[in-house]
Design a binder for this molecule. Structure first.
Ligand SMILES: NC(=O)C1=CN([C@@H]2O[C@H](COP(=O)(O)OP(=O)(O)OC[C@H]3O[C@@H](n4cnc5c(N)ncnc54)[C@H](OP(=O)(O)O)[C@@H]3O)[C@@H](O)[C@H]2O)C=CC1
Ligand SMILES: Cc1cn([C@H]2C[C@H](O)[C@@H](COP(=O)(O)OP(=O)(O)O[C@H]3O[C@@H](C)C(=O)[C@@H](O)[C@H]3O)O2)c(=O)[nH]c1=O
Ligand SMILES: [Mg+2]
Length: 276
């Protein structure tokens, strides 16, 4: 089964490429989400049987100063792609984020809970979900994705942990770190038996950024001490949700895939980075 992946250089696109010889990834030279017509043309030209969108505007803080571009890439283009794919009978699988939620409470969010994004990135991703669902696509919300490539929290912690003796990290934002390789495997399972609608898929166990950082230091053998701080002591342009926990039971029921353990995923990433 041939799978067209929109996106080439991102964490998820690279893991999809690596996971399956049936995957063809397209970079922004072939499908530029800031020019949705180029993405429509790429889908019209494909001989693949399913389309996965792994490209997005993911710079959470920068989105606050360019919300129109974030909306074009994260909402307008995915809506166009979902429409073209559906017209051609191709399932369209799209990724979204825990940042669509306002972070209230301490219970895991259900897929049908009401989003109330705190950031421009979150608003653009929520608009993208609605556009994709309106055209019969599949939306998988995930969270805190990490891998050996691209930009992510794990790589930031490894870099800072090697330079500093202590680091302050927020301990009041909770969620599920998700290894990109496990997410790619889950997406391939979805691609084989697509179901329209909205699902959650994130790694387990739930933790907070500080706990995640401490785990990175321990597994990488770095002596850097992690100090817990509240979000109010780490001001950023975009506000992040305090509660990003996602209830993934619907995904497991539909696709037969359990939440991946992020600690073993972290070992794989550290091992891969050492081998580079
Ligand atoms: N990273 C995370 O923690 C999380 C990610 N998600 C979602 O998962 C999906 C995959 O994320 P991830 O793999 O981490 O993303 P990355 O940040 O690793 O990569 C983003 C990708 O999008 C591409 N891209 C950005 N702008 C355009 C454009 N105008 N045209 C074409 N391609 C573009 C980038 O290409 P280029 O290299 O050319 O810039 C890059 O390949 C996204 O939908 C994201 O919102 C959800 C929750 C958490
Ligand atoms: C570097 C650093 C960050 N932090 C905090 C800031 C923030 O609240 C939290 C995570 O920071 P980051 O900027 O790495 O993560 P962020 O870019 O917010 O990550 C998000 O990316 C988008 C794409 C998503 O969809 C989300 O699921 C999530 O993964 O850690 C510290 O407390 N101390 C530090 O030294
Ligand atoms: Mg970031």
């Amino acid at each position: 089964m041939r799978i067209l992946v929109i996106g080439k250089t991102g964490q998820v696109a690279q893991e999809l490429q690596r996971a399956s010889a049936d995957v063809l990834t397209l970079g922004r030279d072939q499908a530029d989400l800031s020019r949705p017509s180029t993405c429509a043309a790429a889908i019209k030209a494909t001989d693949a049987q399913v389309v996965i969108n792994a490209a997005a505007y993911t710079a959470v803080d920068r989105a606050e100063t360019e919300p129109e571009l974030a909306h074009m890439i994260n909402a307008t283009a995915p809506g166009t792609m979902a429409q073209v794919a559906t017209e051609r009978g191709l399932p369209f699988i799209h990724l979204s984020t825990d940042y669509v939620f306002d972070g209230s409470g301490d219970q895991p969010w259900q897929p049908d809970d009401s989003p109330a994004p705190l950031s421009a990135y979150g608003r653009s991703k929520w608009a993208g979900e609605q556009a994709v669902l309106a055209h019969g696509g599949t939306v998988i919300r995930t969270s805190w994705v990490f891998s050996a490539h691209g930009t992510n929290f794990v790589k930031t912690m490894l870099r800072l942990g090697a330079e500093r003796e202590t680091l302050n990290v927020v301990a009041d934002q909770w969620g599920g770190p998700t290894p990109a390789d496990a997410l790619a495997q889950a997406l391939l399972t979805v691609a084989k038996a697509p179901a329209s609608g909205l699902f959650h898929f994130a790694g387990q166990p739930d933790t907070n950024w500080s706990g995640f950082a401490r785990n990175v230091m321990a597994r990488a053998g770095l002596a850097c001490q992690i100090h817990d701080i509240p979000s109010t002591d780490y001001p950023t342009p975009a506000q992040r949700p305090l509660n990003s926990r996602l209830d993934c039971s619907g995904f497991t029921a539909q696709f037969g895939v359990q939440r991946p353990n992020w600690e073993t995923g972290l070992d794989r990433v550290i091992h891969e980075l050492r081998a580079q």
